[in-house]
Design a protein around this ligand. Structure first.
Ligand code: G4P
Length: 526
């Protein structure tokens, strides 16, 4: 197959949801359709929240599992689908944000009973920042959920995104009869089936067709016609461009656990979801069709085997063909590196591959050369933009408990930060080190890993801070004045960028007013 065709047939996406909405179940059904697994129950959920947080062995085991399932490649109707898993646990939200930088589109799963939940709001914000096209799957229609029109309103309001239903439910919960697929004009009749792929599909191009009464009864047929007329009146006609520009989210209804409505989602997805898109480097836009290889690291997994300190770096191929055994340019280190062991992720297996195409995710075994955000190219000195860091929610000062091991502590902290486990801020004054995270769980993971992998002991001392704000401004003199006047509250992030550590919200507001020439950002991507 030609290089261009290989690119055109790839779809790289992530599934996002609030925990328990059905992400794992939907993933599994997609893999079933793709023939990548034979029966349900094969995909392990990488949910850590089911276990007590202090159970480190369990965390480690879970980390192992999530490596195997964090990228799943499979073929469906001659389309190569790369599904990137995102951790459901909110403490690992940063990992999810970074994974979203490596996809071309996303599928959002919403529980029809619970509606839009908090974590979804933040994830959609990340998609919006990058104009990532989103499709929504409203799940669990076999349960008594909220009214579908109300759900759509809620999505529009809470997620600040326009929607367009492409399928419509007939009843819900006990009276759930099926959905009408507005995209393919098919009536799907519901059958509860957890483990097999069953179909009862009727092509009904015109809803006036009397077969509708035969299948779902008079009153449901009348209601469906009325609601579809309403949908067509209220929502604009669906245009693929609107979806591709990230302006409108097509919505499907179904029940993942019952395999219902999933095939329709997948069929529409492969038709309309974007093939690998161009991506921005600091210098220029790179098109996937360019022949020179480029790619970036968006995730690092370490310590899969405690006996070896091996790490696997997940690289999104952005342009050109990646070939095993070739020398590639590591832009940050300005040196050539050869990767002889390259892994592709196929459903639940990892397999050694010889080449990869734009849109693919490859795993590179690494001994410490790579960190998140690194660009690898055929030789060009360009850096991919946009692996965002968000201001952490929880901050703690690192207290070294063994003066003899301070080197090990520094090294361990540096490497864990390279993996993106947490963020490190080093104060200008006294070189105090603060670790910032989204959740409590990371501190336990860090402490445990520092001790077991680096032989360093530390304690964390809570520090009350509102936000870490990256600071920029056009006038260097003003920045310097600001830093001098607030030097007790100024730190550097791991890349040496200036950060203002704001203690309270009101204080931050006051400082923003008093220093009009300075811009304060709560993400590092600006
Ligand atoms: P997550 O990855 O988003 O966290 O959710 P997951 O797929 O694990 O699903 C959460 C729960 O919701 C699971 O039940 C799952 O079986 C159930 N579920 C998923 N899709 C549907 C659906 O269409 N209808 C109904 N009624 N339930 C659904 P669980 O009891 O937590 O786990 P399990 O023992 O069933 O695996």
């Amino acid at each position: 197959m030609k290089f261009i065709e290989e690119i055109a047939r790839r779809r790289t996406f992530g599934i996002i949801s609030h925990p328990d909405a059905g992400k794992t179940t939907l993933t599994e059904k997609l893999l079933l359709f793709g023939g990548a697994i034979k029966k349900a129950g094969a995909v392990k959920s990488n949910k850590i929240d089911r276990y007590v947080t202090s159970d480190f062995m369990e965390i480690e085991r879970q980390r192992g599992i999530s490596v195997a399932t964090s990228v799943m490649g499979f073929e469906y109707k001659n389309v190569k689908i790369n599904l990137l898993d995102t951790p459901g646990h909110k403490d690992f939200a940063e990992d999810t944000y970074r994974t979203l930088t490596a996809v071309d589109s996303a599928i959002l799963v919403i529980d029809c009973v619970k509606g839009v939940e908090t974590q979804t709001e933040k994830l959609i914000e990340v998609c919006r920042m990058r104009q990532t096209p989103v499709m929504a799957f409203i799940n669990k229609l076999d349960r008594e959920g909220q009214d579908p029109f109300d759900l759509l309103d809620e999505i529009e309001k809470k997620l600040n995104i326009s929607v367009r239903p492409l399928s419509w439910p007939i009843g819900m919960g006990k009276s759930f009869k099926g959905v009408y697929d507005l995209f393919q004009k098919k009536l799907l009749l519901f059958q509860s089936s957890k483990n097999e792929l069953t179909e009862d599909i009727l092509q009904i191009d015109d809803l006036a067709d009397p077969r509708l009464e035969e299948e779902i009864g008079d009153s449901d047929a009348a209601l469906l016609r009325e609601e579809v007329a309403l949908i067509n009146g209220v929502y604009p006609e669906f245009k693929v461009e609107d979806y591709l520009e990230g302006n409108i989210a097509p919505v499907f209804f179904g029940s993942a656990v019952n395999n219902f409505g999933v095939r329709e989602l997948l069929d529409c997805f492969i038709q309309i979801a974007p093939a690998p898109l161009p991506r921005f480097t600091e210098a220029r836009e790179v098109h996937p069709e360019e022949l020179d290889y480029t790619g970036f690291v968006f995730k690092i997994h370490a310590n899969m085997d405690p006996r070896h300190r091996n790490r696997i770096a997940f690289v999104r191929v952005c342009s050109g063909r990646f070939q095993r055994g070739h020398n590639y340019h590591h832009v940050r280190l300005d040196k050539k590196i050869r990767f002889s062991s390259v892994t592709a992720f196929m459903a639940q297996n990892k397999e050694i591959i010889d080449e990869a195409f734009p849109g693919d995710i490859i795993g590179l075994y690494d001994t410490g050369n790579l960190k998140i955000g690194d660009t690898l190219t055929g030789g060009e000195k360009i850096n991919y933009k946009g692996i965002p860091s968000f201001s952490p929610e929880i901050f703690k000062e690192v207290v070294n408990l063994d003066a003899m091991k301070s080197k090990q502590l520094d090294k361990g902290l540096r490497q864990l930060m390279d993996e993106g486990v947490a963020q490190l801020f080093t104060y200008e004054l006294g070189a105090r080190k603060l670790v910032g995270t989204v959740g409590q769980l990371q501190f336990e993971v860090i402490q445990h890993r520092l001790q077991h992998e680096y032989g360093a002991k530390c304690r964390f001392h809570p520090v009350s801070l509102h936000k870490a704000c990256w600071i920029t401004g056009d006038d260097q003199k003003k920045i310097k004045e600001f830093i001098d006047s607030k030097y007790r509250h100024i730190a550097k992030d791991k890349d040496g960028k200036w950060v203002f550590m704001a203690e309270t919200k009101s204080w931050l507001q006051m400082v923003e007013e008093n220093f009009p020439g300075i811009d304060f950002h709560i993400t590092s991507e600006f």
